[in-house]
Design a protein around this ligand. Structure first.
Ligand SMILES: NC(=O)c1ccc[n+]([C@@H]2O[C@H](COP(=O)([O-])OP(=O)(O)OC[C@H]3O[C@@H](n4cnc5c(N)ncnc54)[C@H](O)[C@@H]3O)[C@@H](O)[C@H]2O)c1
Length: 416
């Protein structure tokens, strides 16, 4: 038996979703009008398909709890789906979560080992740094008398039922095995991967998703404002044709490779073209904030990595730089991030640098004339270094990942 607290878009869909999959679910909401409406078989908001599943499950697998005590006492798992609006400083307001927790905790017996799942969207570190301490202040020891995890929800309003019942993936942020076992049972009827990750990772994944979407929308809007200020641009046609790029559709060089962290973009096109459009917009009196930010982040990411390197590798050590071209499968070294990384290392006193690229060594040496040694093979680079910096995501490096053990590795492309 599980309890879902908060019967809004997410909570009611979640409660009905688990009921439909055969679990016994209590639903509880503090709003009595809403609860009465649901108990009478009506959905308090518009979401297609939900009324039918409510009719099918109400008073069978799905019960409206008359009190939170009744629901909590009879449930192993309590899923919180209350709202997390912004507070006056723009932070996630945890008032509803905390007040729901107060009611839950007063009905919990320590021997019952209840699992509290936060499905509400909360920023990374909130479970660990705010929710767990809040629970522990009431005398519970988390991981012993009570278990706390998060389970971000990715449903879209308007498609809530379909998204919940046919998810792409399930994410559980938890630090304990007990929760993993119980959550695997609860989600056992969903045939998609269940990813068990740390508490912070679970929360982060939801923000990765939402901020990516908000960035794409604002990016598109900024582009529309640039286009309007320049004039003579057919917005609808431009965006429609833009959407025909095969990278949207799972081609080997698909969009995922762009929505991935690394040490910045380089090469002949992205840096100069982004720069040029920022300048052109300025000429037409439009100040491009996102594109300007894109360029600033692209510069900041390199010193960010250097600070990480400096923390664990002293400047007298031998460092291998693996990859010199701006991307794998290319020998183009124009504006390659590796150049900036190497220059910053040299500026910070790292003199023993050995560079290796499967095809771009000679061109890099001839073009930039930096005081480096060059290795003829990956093995030579690895044999002559204590620390390794992967600056380009060549497949050769991933395929030889076993050779990297015992080195201090800075995988700037997250490929190992
Ligand atoms: N709406 C979405 O598309 C969506 C998608 C994914 C995640 N989320 C996240 O899920 C959470 C819930 O979103 P929503 O759209 O369902 O919100 P909502 O406002 O529709 O529902 C929240 C419900 O919680 C109830 N509630 C508040 N305090 C309570 C308490 N102490 N005890 C019991 N019930 C209480 C409210 O009465 C309300 O019915 C938010 O954190 C939101 O960011 C929303």
């Amino acid at each position: 038996m599980i309890t879902v607290i908060g019967l809004g878009f997410v909570g009611l869909t979640t409660a009905l979703g688990f009921s439909e999959k055969g679990l016994k679910v209590y639903g509880y909401d503090i709003n009595k009008e809403k609860t009465a409406l649901i108990a009478s078989g009506k959905i308090p908001f518009f979401e297609k398909g939900l009324d039918e599943v409510l009719a099918k499950n109400l008073n069978k697998n799905f019960l409206i709890a008359s009190s939170i005590e009744e629901a909590v006492k009879n449930s192993k798992v309590i899923i919180m789906c209350v709202g997390t609006p912004s507070d006056d400083k723009g932070r996630a307001d945890l008032t509803y979560i905390k007040s729901a927790l107060d009611s839950i905790l007063s009905s919990v017996d320590k021997q019952d080992k209840k699992i509290i799942i936060i499905k509400s969207t909360i920023p990374p570190s909130t479970t660990r740094n705010e929710i767990i301490p809040y629970i522990e202040k009431s005398g519970f020891e988390t991981g012993k008398d009570i278990f706390v995890a998060n389970n971000p929800e990715f449903l879209r309003e308007g498609h809530a039922w379909d998204d919940f019942i046919n998810p792409d993936r399930i994410v559980i942020g938890t630090d304990d095995e007990y929760t993993k076992t119980i959550m695997s049972e609860i989600y056992s009827k969903f045939s998609v991967p269940i990813h068990f990750v740390t508490l912070n990772t679970g929360e982060f994944i939801k923000y990765l998703s939402n901020t990516f979407l908000s960035t794409l929308i604002s990016y598109s809007n900024e582009m529309s404002m640039i286009a309007d200020s320049i004039g003579g641009i057919d917005m609808k046609a431009a965006f429609k044709i833009f959407h025909e790029d095969k990278r949207w559709f799972g081609n080997p060089a698909n969009m995922q490779t762009y929505a991935y962290p690394g040490c910045g973009f380089g090469g002949y096109c992205l840096p100069k073209d982004t720069q040029a459009l920022v300048q052109k917009a300025k000429d037409y009196n439009y100040n491009a904030k996102i594109l300007d930010g894109v360029l600033r982040v692209n510069s900041e990411i390199k010193p960010h990595w250097i600070e990480k390197i400096k923390k664990s590798v002293s400047s007298d050590k031998n460092i291998a730089i693996l990859g010199l071209s701006f991307k794998p499968e290319s020998d183009d070294i124009r504006q390659t991030p590796a150049l900036e990384i190497i220059k910053l290392l040299l500026e910070n006193g790292y003199k023993n640098i050995i560079a290796y690229d499967p095809i771009a060594n000679d061109l890099f040496d001839k073009t930039y004339k930096l005081p480096l040694k060059y290795a003829k093979s990956l093995d030579e680079a690895l044999n002559n270094s204590e620390a390794v910096v992967i600056a380009t995501g060549w497949r050769e490096f991933t395929e030889n990942k076993n050779k990297f053990c015992k080195k201090t590795i800075f995988d700037l492309r997250y490929i190992l």
